[in-house]
Design a protein around this ligand. Structure first.
Ligand code: ADP
Length: 404
């Protein structure tokens, strides 16, 4: 089932559980008290109310059964961080009995301090989420979403994502292995095509043309394989970041320099604006340079001849922001949420013949997120695009230093 639908169902179930708990607690004593003072003409009304209450309780239990059936754990936690109620699925995921959970502290129930932090954040801000692996024999990976209730408690919805994460790991390993296997033969073919192209002058024009095509296409394949390897390394976290104090203005100038030949060939002017305060961040200079290179390469690739591409480096109180502004064709509104996906490629006709792998932005996103930053795009068709990323500033001593 669609995870969104599952969560929606979870919320319905959670509401029903609340209803059920409330009814179970309050229903009987109220009825007994009312019975003692009953006037004869109220007997019928009371009977109707009792029947309605019974129906509501049954409906709530019914939804509870449904929530268990779809495999979503639902837990209600009081303000003092003790469990008020939990359904069967939650108990199963935590390897406990449902009856044994109420009254326990969340630390006891989940044996993970991160869960306590999620609940505290939800109680403070209204909502919080996180992922954790429970230390039981099955060790399930749980996606936990917490919401504060109007009464000041919190609802937790637990989704078992172990299988999803396992499949994602297998996919990454498969792509990694495949890319490794492809790299050596492809590099050889690419080098051979390059060597053949050197003798193009002595070859018949059609043969020379075909060799040039082989050279270009194998070049794309080599690039794609290298980018796939980079991406899987970054995604799996095996490429540990080598952290230094990075001067983003210097990085912007160095990246522009690396792309100057390509920009010249495309007839595009590159400009850096890093006036005034130049922020420094703690980061992996090579990786950040790669992310910026990918954004800048796209900006040049999509710009018309004679256009200008601007790289702007600026700082706010907590973040350094690097933006790449172009006057290219812009990105259709419908495509905007997809451009950072791996292998997403827009209309080839817009790139003035320069192909791509659809991995550049995906790599940039992973690099930026690995640094605790965020990346985004603003674009309007016919006007241009601005791709930007923000990185947290390190602290007062590194936050900002006077201009380069
Ligand atoms: P590609 O190798 O295709 O450039 P990317 O991941 O770098 O892959 O970009 C994905 C897609 O996003 C591109 O195919 C293109 O449609 C769109 N895109 C990226 N940058 C720009 C830009 N500066 N202007 C217009 N479209 C862009």
């Amino acid at each position: 089932m669609d995870p969104v639908a599952l969560v929606a169902l979870g919320s319905v179930g959670a509401a029903a559980l609340l209803l059920a708990v409330g009814l179970q607690r309050g229903g009987a004593p109220r009825a007994a008290r009312a019975g003692a003072r009953a006037a004869p003409d109220a007997v019928q009304a009371r009977a109707r109310a009792a029947a309605a209450e019974e129906r509501a309780t049954a409906a709530a239990r019914d939804v509870g059964v449904l929530v268990d059936l779809v495999g979503i754990g639902v837990v209600r936690v009081a303000e003092d961080l003790t469990v008020v109620t939990a359904n069967e699925t939650a108990a199963r995921l935590l390897a406990r009995s449902a009856a044994g959970l109420p009254g326990r502290s969340v630390m006891e129930a989940f044996t993970d301090h991160r869960l306590e932090e999620i609940v505290q954040a939800a109680l403070r801000t209204g909502a919080a989420a996180g992922e954790l692996t429970i230390r039981t024999t099955d060790a399930p990976t749980l996606l936990v979403r917490a919401r504060r209730t109007p009464g000041g408690d919190a609802w937790l919805v637990l989704e078992d994502v172990s299988e999803l994460r396992r499949l994602q790991r297998i996919r990454t390993e498969f792509i990694d292995n495949l890319a490794h296997e492809l790299r050596t033969p492809l590099t050889t073919v690419s080098l051979l095509a390059e060597t053949l192209a050197l003798d193009a002058a002595q070859l018949p024009p059609r043969t020379a043309e075909r060799i040039a095509k082989i050279e270009v296409e194998t070049g794309h394949l080599v690039q794609m394989v290298n980018e796939l390897l980079d991406l899987s390394k970054i995604e799996s976290g095996s490429a540990a970041l080598v952290l230094h104090d990075v001067d983003l203005a210097r990085l912007a100038n160095a990246t522009v320099e690396r792309l100057s030949l390509f920009a010249e060939r495309q007839g595009v002017r590159l400009v850096v604006d890093a006036e005034g305060v130049v922020p420094r961040v703690r980061g992996d200079e090579e990786r950040l340079g790669q992310a910026l290179l990918n954004l800048l390469h796209n900006a040049v690739k999509f710009s018309p001849t004679g256009a200008e591409v601007l790289v702007r480096v600026a700082a706010s109180e907590h973040e350094a922001v690097v933006a790449v502004v172009d006057h290219g064709p812009g990105i259709p509104r419908a495509a905007l949420p997809r451009v950072f996906e791996r292998f997403y490629k827009g209309d080839r006709a817009r790139t003035r013949g320069v192909g791509g792998t659809g991995l550049g932005l995906s790599i940039a996103r992973h690099v930026v997120e690995a640094h605790g930053g965020r990346i985004w795009v603003e674009s309007e068709e016919g006007i241009g695009s601005t791709f930007a990323f923000a990185l947290p500033l390190t602290g007062p001593d590194l936050a900002a230093t006077p201009g380069a």
